[in-house]
Design a protein around this ligand. Sequence first.
Ligand code: HEC
Length: 125
Amino acid sequence: MKKIGFLATALAVGMMISSGGALAAGDVAKGKKVFKKCKICHAVKKGKNKIGPSLFGVVGRKAATAKGFRFSKAMKKSKLTWDEATLDKYLKKPRKAVKGTRMVFPGLRSKKDRANVIAYLKTLK
Ligand code: HEC
């Protein structure tokens, strides 16, 4: 009897984790809308830098390696690689994640917004 209870719990937890995972995956179309907040400073075209560096191919790239852009010392020293986890942290509070970053952006408070914009960034390649 106890065993069945355990199995049922395990199953329920498993279902919660998998549905949570589905929620965490971002929505590209929504992410594109969120990206409007970034557009003033970031282009998505390869090699096109504005106030901020081009975000073409940013996912998987090492921080501060966009060609032709002068990054802050802080960003150069950060040694980050932009994956989902580091982007999530940086976009939540840029100046907390990379102290001294020149990105003057307060951050995206909504986890969903961040997941969506990261999903969009992934398509830029
Ligand atoms: C006010 C201008 C501005 C806005 C708005 C802005 N950024 Fe930035 N961003 C910058 C600057 C400047 C840098 C370079 C930071 C440095 O060198 O410390 C940067 C750097 C970055 C980097 C690191 C790039 C690299 O190659 O290492 C990412 C990723 C990024 N921004 C994403 C975003 C996203 C996503 C948004 C919108 C949610 C956004 N930024 C909004 C100005 C901005």
